[in-house]
Design a binder for this molecule. Structure first.
Ligand SMILES: [Zn+2]
Ligand SMILES: [Zn+2]
Length: 132
């Protein structure tokens, strides 16, 4: 299966994670912000943080969040913790509706059919250095 290019610039991504699955497995998942379906020249994004719609910086077309979500595709490289198979998956991604949903992706090992998950990693709280 052909995946999209590995990410170079995190600002082009809607989501990515690297994580262990159980003790012996591994998942690297990345999801690009979709290319504008109208002109294919730019990736859709919210121009301002509080914007409700996603926009193309090239052709200025805007997209509702549901339209944007329907364009998302995930890339996944994984090592199955059950059989050690190293697999790759690329498919449309149903992004969780809630920003705190713990499961980002459910998939099956292509070799042994083990049911596997990619979890949302909790962001480490950044401690602000105390002013002296
Ligand atoms: Zn466009
Ligand atoms: Zn497996």
């Amino acid at each position: 299966m052909n995946l999209e290019e590995k990410p170079k610039d995190i600002t082009e991504l809607d989501f990515f994670t690297r994580q262990l699955i159980d003790k012996n497995g591994f998942a690297f998942m990345w999801v690009y912000k979709p290319l504008c379906p109208e002109c294919s020249k730019a990736r859709l994004k919210k121009l301002k943080k509080r914007d409700k719609v996603y926009a193309c910086a090239e052709c200025s077309k805007t997209f509702e969040p549901e339209e944007y979500k329907a364009l998302l595709k995930f890339n996944l490289e994984y090592v199955c913790p059950a059989c050690k198979y190293e697999g790759k998956l690329h498919d449309s991604w149903e992004k969780p509706k809630s920003k705190t949903a713990p499961i980002m992706l459910k998939f099956k090992c292509e070799k042994c059919n083990e049911k596997l998950k990619v979890m949302r990693m909790k962001k480490a709280k950044t401690k602000k250095p105390k002013a002296e």
